[in-house]
Design a protein around this ligand. Structure first.
Ligand code: PLP
Length: 392
């Protein structure tokens, strides 16, 4: 009998699309211990270096002492523990929205929220580069789905016209991100919101890579542009710049109450561990503080350094640096793996990103920067990348 999975795995290997996990024997940080080798880490979304921060560790430890580790059940079943409510209050205050709701991950927030927003007679309009969690949530909703080319507002407008004409009584929800996770570029939010208002659509904005990085006190792109009021559903994650784990939705009181009643990933899943909620609250409070703002501004100094350090190249417009994500497009899948391996030999951990995370033939290195990197590390990466690219 042939081994079906072995054959399928072999096919993945043959196309340079096979993935495997690599063991890290240390906390996240600018330096990690990858199978016994110390590497400078340009792979994580821990933008502010909070994943191993003492404030978060202390908050989690204190919550363990008081609440233990497990949440016991869904928050609608066994009661909701104080750390989760305190986190939601802190989130709503920081984001300046009426209310907030936490999920066990950003992924869970997406797959729970989109089906609660749109049913099978409604219309969802998604940017082509939306994160997998948004695509999965959209599919799960059963709504009528249209994808517009990345940041292409002209195409979005024609989708909106089509939706108004063909589905005049449906709810229309535009779904996009403020910073795109594999390209690091930003959405033209102001223009998109003008469209949304003109057509009476709703907007879900996933700020996963913007919070902690962009806007006053890291409140995200909508806050930076003064457009908070115009984003109906603000989504984000506690697992990137906030250093921990979990997802959130911020918005009106009625939206949050609706999600509590309808978001299946919230209703039918055990609450995140209380220490995780407590650590996330400590992270939100840090961001809201002047010290947090200082750390965020330090990240922007590093981003500026990275922009100077990476070889200038018209084919790599992402060096326009609207975020802490620097894609280094290679194209060929195997070439991206080889470049990543070459960097690893030189002491840098920079992952190769391939199909289906990005389109076929647009494989890349995804360099992510944090406030914990120092200037020498950034310069070292730029120099090494220049050298390895030149010798090919
Ligand atoms: C990472 C990410 C998510 C998922 O968040 P997790 O907390 O990691 O599950 C959702 N949306 C975007 C854009 C992301 O980058």
């Amino acid at each position: 009998m042939s081994d079906l999975f072995a054959e399928q795995l072999q096919a993945l290997r043959a196309r340079s699309l096979h993935r495997k996990m690599r063991e890290i024997g240390s906390a996240q940080g600018a330096i990690v211990d990858l199978v016994g080798k110390r590497l400078i880490n340009f792979s994580s979304n821990d933008y502010l270096g909070l994943a191993n921060d003492q404030r978060l560790r202390d908050a989690a430890t204190a919550a363990i002492a008081e609440f233990g580790v497990g949440a016991g059940s869904s928050r609608l079943i066994s009661g909701t523990q104080s750390p989760h409510l305190k986190l939601e209050n802190a989130l709503a205050k920081w984001k300046e929205t009426q209310a907030a709701l936490c999920f066990s991950s950003g992924y869970a927030a997406a797959v729970g929220t989109l089906p609660a927003l749109a049913g099978k007679s409604d219309v969802l309009l998604l940017d082509k580069l939306c994160h997998a969690s948004l695509i999965d949530g959209a599919k799960l909703s059963g709504a009528i789905l249209r994808v517009f080319p990345h940041n292409h507002l002209g195409k979005l407008e024609s989708h909106l016209e089509w939706a108004k004409r063909e589905h005049p009584n449906s709810r229309i929800v535009i779904v996009t991100e403020s910073v795109f996770s594999m390209d690091g570029d930003r959405v033209p939010l102001r223009e998109l919101i003008e469209l949304k208002k003109r057509f009476g659509a709703l907007l879900l904005l996933d700020e996963a890579h913007a919070i902690g990085v962009i806007g006053p006190n890291g409140r995200g792109l909508a806050a930076e542009e003064g457009l908070n009021e115009d984003v109906d559903v603000q989504m984000g994650t506690l697992s990137k710049a906030l250093g921990g784990s979990g997802g959130y939705i911020c918005g009106s009181r009625s939206l949050i109450e609706w999600l509590i009643n309808r978001a299946r990933s919230f209703i039918y899943s055990t609450a995140s561990p209380p220490p995780i909620a407590a650590a996330a609250r400590a992270a939100v409070e840090f961001l809201a503080s002047s010290e947090g703002e200082h750390r965020r501004l330090l990240l922007w100094k590093r981003i500026e350094r990275m922009r100077e350090s990476l070889p200038a190249d018209a084919a790599r417009p992402a060096n326009a640096a609207g975020s802490a994500i620097f894609p280094w497009i290679v194209g060929d899948e195997q070439a991206a793996i080889d470049l990543s391996s070459g960097l690893q030999i030189e002491g840098f951990f920079v992952p190769a990103i391939r199909y289906p995370t990005v389109t076929k033939g647009s494989a890349r290195l995804r360099i992510t920067l944090t406030a914990s990197h120092d200037e020498a590390q950034i310069k070292g990466l730029g120099d090494t990348l220049r050298r390895l690219s030149a010798t090919k």
